[in-house]
Design a binder for this molecule. Structure first.
Ligand SMILES: [Ca+2]
Length: 307
């Protein structure tokens, strides 16, 4: 069986690093690169931490690229500073040097080149805003045919959003962060013909990071990946935290854990619902994860990180 080509685009939050760590363990997948979008992070530590994680996993064959796009509504500094913490974790700093290459071109240019030169259509795994993908498509519209599908952690269809700040700004609370950071880019992707599989808050709300899970991973900390994952999850345990990006990532190797459902949706780009992914009859069809085998998912990631 040939492996599925995957280009990852993440935005440097704690669960983005965990998603990189999960993706790189997958036997079913051939990662062709990792792009970091400067959204839920500060970009320099986020790129550095990503490269160090690939080093730790012996995957310095996978290039890392730094996207230079900009969003509309910045993430809170309190979230973004986690990128500095992860970059300084002891297990990622045993070596003085980083082997995994950072490419010299921008993340959006790297995305264009990687897709154009790929021998077959590529799955994009996007665990941050869609701005880099939208920018790449604007640079080279022909790459649309080289994108097999976009698996995206984003949106909130039939549940509330998660952008508390939008309430302060007079918003109605319907926006999800990855859409809210740049709703115009999300709409740009909605305007394409690309197949979209959405991992929205509707499904992630059911899969929390629990104390029990963090303690279970602690029990296998003799494995370096479990040690690192446990430290990352300990960092976020005081927050109301869910397996957002990691749940989207696991879909690539274990689609049988998920039930998908088609919805017709639009992206709201302005006004009180800016950043909302709204279900509207006649809207753009997408597939959304409806249900997940939660126990199967927990067992899967615990197993994958036992190395
Ligand atoms: Ca993310």
């Amino acid at each position: 069986m040939s492996k599925q080509l995957v280009l990852m685009d993440h935005d440097g939050g704690v669960d983005d690093y965990l998603s990189v760590m999960l993706l790189m363990t997958m036997e079913e997948v051939q990662p062709i690169g990792v792009v970091v979008t400067p959204a839920d992070c500060y970009i320099q530590p986020a790129v550095s931490a990503t490269r160090k994680i690939l080093d730790l996993m012996g995957r310095h064959d996978v290039p890392v690229a730094e996207s230079t796009v900009r969003g509309i509504n910045p993430f809170p500094r309190l979230y973004r500073r986690d990128s500095f913490i992860v970059d300084h974790l002891p297990i990622l700093n045993e070596s003085e040097t980083i082997q995994t290459p950072k490419v010299s071109e921008s993340g959006q240019d790297f995305m264009v080149r990687s897709l154009q030169s790929a021998p077959e259509p590529v799955t994009l795994l996007v665990t941050g805003p869609l701005t880099t993908v939208a920018s790449a498509i604007d640079l080279a519209p022909d790459i649309e045919s080289k994108i097999k599908q976009i698996v995206w952690m984003g949106g909130a269809l039939n549940v509330s959003g998660n952008v508390e700040r939008s309430l302060e700004a007079g918003g109605d609370g319907s926006a999800e962060w990855n859409v809210y950071w740049d709703p115009i880019a999300a709409k740009r992707i909605w305007d394409t013909e690309i197949a979209i599989v959405l991992c929205s808050l509707d499904v992630t709300n059911n899969v929390p990071v629990t104390s029990e899970f963090v303690r279970r991973i602690g029990k296998q900390r003799r494995y370096p990946l479990s040690d690192l994952a446990g430290q990352c999850y300990a960092l976020v345990i005081p927050q109301d935290y869910y397996f957002w990006d990691v749940l989207a990532t696991a879909y690539l190797a274990r689609p049988e854990f998920y039930q998908l459902r088609e919805w017709e949706t639009i992206i709201v780009t302005s006004g009180v619902s800016q950043g909302r992914t709204k279900v509207v009859s006649g809207g753009r069809p997408i597939q959304a994860m409806e249900k997940v085998d939660k126990e199967g998912f927990y067992e899967y990631i615990l197993q994958q990180w036992k190395r």
